[in-house]
Design a binder for this molecule. Structure first.
Ligand SMILES: Cc1ncc(C[n+]2csc(CCOP(=O)(O)OP(=O)(O)O)c2C)c(N)n1
Length: 326
């Protein structure tokens, strides 16, 4: 896969940030319910991922999935509309921000930590049975890798030589538990040795380095078997919107968010002789305008009819809540 141009990459990074910020407005206005998890600060990984994922590849994600959906090519309008619980959403407003599914584009999420890995394994196995080189991507957090599902998935994928790419977004925190207190190994990439597969740790704030690492993993997965990429990043906000986040050292958090913002780093890098700062301003403005317009339009959409609440819950032909008066 060819890398996108720097202007496209930068615009996409900004677009992703603005998209997540649009979601935040839904919490403040009470249009979005439940625990909203944003990936602010993790944009470079999603941009890098978007450069290697094909339409026939699958992607399974987690509770922090919006940017992975964008990377997979889910159109922004039905994605934002789903997060805002609208009838026009990709799941008709039934899923909300944590349950995003697009069967045609082979994209799914789960709020159960670690549970997306065996689903990705199934996609990878199906791909092998079909004789296809389509790859299954599982993007997970560092909190998922101590689950049995991670071990079983990696072991089986290696034994069967399946095309699985596990991208671990190591943002150093699993709710209030620091990575250093939860992992027996200093890195997660080194666990690849246990499964006899390639494993690589990369700076997930660096689009180029991350794209290169994912590219190597994908090339391996299309022909030889699974690979792991551990992309280092930092969770910029509380675990969810509303989390007071008092368990983290506030001084360190401020320092990290101020000095390790992937957008700020990308802008500084690009301004140094690669792209004209005026163009960077224009890209920022156009991404912001696109999201502002999108949000304004989505807010006008209807919510699903409450009478449809039981739709899609039962297989057709079976009476819903049989015996229970409606
Ligand atoms: C099986 C299971 N256990 C616990 C939880 C509660 N929970 C939700 S998110 C989370 C932490 C996830 O951390 P990580 O995988 O690092 O992802 P991040 O939130 O940092 O992106 C936990 C423990 C859950 N959803 N599922």
């Amino acid at each position: 896969m060819v890398n996108a141009s720097w202007s496209d990459r930068y615009r996409l990074m900004v677009l992703m940030r603005r998209f997540e910020e649009a979601c935040l407005t839904g919490v403040a206005s009470k249009a979005v319910h439940g625990e909203l998890h944003t990936a602010i600060g993790q944009e470079a990984i999603a941009v890098a991922l978007s450069e290697h994922i094909r339409a026939d590849d699958s992607l399974t994600s987690t509770h922090r999935s919006h940017l992975h959906a964008i990377a997979k090519g889910i159109p922004l309008r039905p994605l934002l509309a789903e997060i805002f619980e609208k009838k026009t959403g990709m799941c008709g407003g039934f899923g909300g921000h944590m349950h995003l599914f697009d069967r045609e584009r082979r994209f799914s999420t789960t709020g159960i930590v670690g549970a997306s890995l065996p689903v990705a394994l199934g996609h990878a196995y199906a791909s092998k049975l079909r004789g296809s080189d389509a790859v299954a991507f599982a993007v997970v957090g560092d909190g998922s890798v101590n689950s049995g599902g991670f071990h079983e998935t990696m072991n089986m994928a290696s034994v069967l030589g399946l095309g699985l790419v596990v991208i671990i977004e190591n943002n150093e925190w699993a709710i209030s538990v620091p990575f250093s207190a939860a992992s027996a190994t200093a890195t997660l990439a080194e666990r690849a040795v246990a499964y006899a597969v390639p494993g690589e740790r990369v700076d997930g704030l660096d689009v180029q380095a991350t794209s290169d690492a994912i590219g190597r993993a994908v090339a391996h997965a299309r022909t030889d078997g699974p690979a792991i990429v551990e992309a280092m990043c930092y969770r910029f906000r509380g675990h969810y919107e509303g989390d007071l986040d008092l368990y983290r050292d506030q001084g360190e958090k401020s320092l990290r968010t101020e000095t390790k913002d992937p957008l700020v780093l990308a802008r500084a890098f690009l301004s140094d002789g690669i792209l004209d700062p005026v163009l960077l301003d224009e890209l920022e403005q156009s991404a912001s305008a696109e999201i502002d317009e999108l949000l304004a339009s989505v807010l006008l959409d209807e919510q699903p009819d409450p009478a449809s609440a039981r739709d899609h819950v039962f297989t057709s032909g079976l009476a819903p809540f049989e015996g229970i008066p409606s």
